[in-house]
Design a protein around this ligand. Structure first.
Ligand code: T46
Length: 136
């Protein structure tokens, strides 16, 4: 798994004079079955989230409102991505370290995930993450 396996997904957008509507269908717009939805909100200015990698979890990350940055890191290279549109989802595959910062006021980060919450699925220590990459 590497950064090249993570990509932006252009979600459908129904634009009308009365406002826009975007929808996400499991198995059609995301390359995994959606088992959990969670969201980050009321993030104070200057706060950082993330700082971990998932062993097996697939995710789609959407800036539902406002904007923020995600730095993806596969142990070899890093890439900073600015998310600021609710019709783009960033697909993040397993074994990618991510850090999130630069949250705008009122930003809401929606995450669709391929599994339920399991703390054992996390690498929260960067050197453990690098060791696991080296072992694979
Ligand atoms: C990710 C980024 C974008 C739960 O109890 N259930 C859950 O489903 C989640 C996601 C978290 N938690 C608990 C675990 C911690 O005690 O909520 C607390 C904060 O979680 P964490 O420090 O992992 O939050 P973030 O914002 O750093 O990371 C979260 C997700 O964990 C992670 O999958 O990619 O959002």
């Amino acid at each position: 798994m590497q950064i090249a396996d993570c990509h932006l997904i252009d979600l459908p957008k129904i634009a009308e004079a009365r406002g826009n509507l975007t929808f996400i269908e499991g198995g059609r717009h995301v390359p995994f079955e959606i088992k959990r939805v969670y969201y980050l909100y009321d993030v104070p200015g200057g706060a950082e989230r993330g700082g971990h990698a998932h062993k097996a979890l697939h995710q789609l990350i959407v800036a539902m409102s406002g904007s923020f940055d995600i730095v993806l890191d596969d142990g070899r290279q890093k890439k900073r991505i600015h998310l600021n549109r609710s019709y783009y989802g960033l697909y993040v595959c397993p074994m990618i370290w991510r850090e999130m910062d630069n949250f705008s006021s009122g930003a809401v980060c929606l995450v669709l995930a391929s599994n339920l919450y399991e703390e054992s699925d996390y690498f929260r220590d960067y050197s453990d993450f690098l060791k696991a990459l080296g072992a694979s």
